[in-house]
Design a protein around this ligand. Sequence first.
Ligand code: FE
Length: 249
Amino acid sequence: MTRIASHRGGTLEFGDSSPQGFAATARMALEEVEFDVHPTVDGAIIVHHDATLDRTTDRTGPIARLTRAEVQAATINYGAGGHPLLLSELCALYAGSPVDFRCEIKPDDAGRPYPDFVPRVVAELAQHGMLERTTFTSFLLESLDALSEATTRPCLWLVSPAVLRQLGTRAVIGLARRHNIPEIGVHIDTADAALMSAVTAAGIAFGCWAAHDAAQITKAFDLGVKVFTTDRPSLAIAIRDGTHKDQAA
Ligand code: FE
């Protein structure tokens, strides 16, 4: 069965990385909740997509140069008045949920990995009992290398359309093997049966991200990818259940 991952708690349904989206996703009939993490200047770990607060909240500034209190004072746009969650708060939300974690390790606002961040994320998840229910993801091979040093939990490489185009399928597979990465995820619009069969024939699992409309979600199910992320988890569930009537929605 193709797994559904609610992307940032279902951004198009609940706002980007909002508490209401994460709370709703914890009660949905799907398999994973996707989220991104950043450190604050005073050592907290925040669940938020962007490295800064600028685009998605009423505050500004890079999370890594703000305190936990400053970040949590921000109100998320279209997020029902919610504030960015701590990773520990997200763990508490999912302690009693069957939905598993898909945790993306993000770089800073200049695109560089945060120094010594990965072991802290792993430790925090372990402390709150969620590490054994977490799959990690990153666009950055450097972060994936850090993950494989810090944990034996599964990791997957997010391969952007530009990287896939530049390197080609063979080089992507070669890099995945060299870095001991057991799974890759590509943008749904760059996925097709030929790419999926080349990747899986190499012993690497294959998934997709950014399947947000009905056509993209239906494509992911038709291909039979392992997992996909979507900003519209309720729509994905309805399509999987066969209760979604309007394929143009
Ligand atoms: Fe992400």
